[in-house]
Design a protein around this ligand. Structure first.
Ligand code: SF4
Length: 75
């Protein structure tokens, strides 16, 4: 299985990625709105109930309940 993106990964950190969307720093990432998470993001490709691939983080998995500043609501 592919590794999960670490919140401390430089790219993840720059985008404010959190594996648990409710812990996003809302002061720094004002774009975040309650209820948003990777599973409803257009860049997310689900691989299991918990995790999936993300177009931003090649070769790693993000949490279904995660979030980052590149969030784009699935159309
Ligand atoms: Fe999650 Fe979307 Fe950010 Fe990828 S781009 S980490 S799927 S919110």
């Amino acid at each position: 299985a592919q590794a999960m993106v670490a919140e401390s990964d430089p790219q993840a950190s720059a985008l404010g990625y959190k594996a648990e969307a409710s812990t996003v720093d809302k002061a720094k990432f004002a774009k975040y709105a309650d209820g948003q998470n990777c599973s409803s993001c257009a860049l997310y490709a689900s691989k299991s109930a918990e995790a999936g691939a993300c177009g931003i983080f090649a070769g790693k998995m993000v949490a279904a309940k995660g979030w980052c500043n590149a969030y784009a609501k699935k159309g």
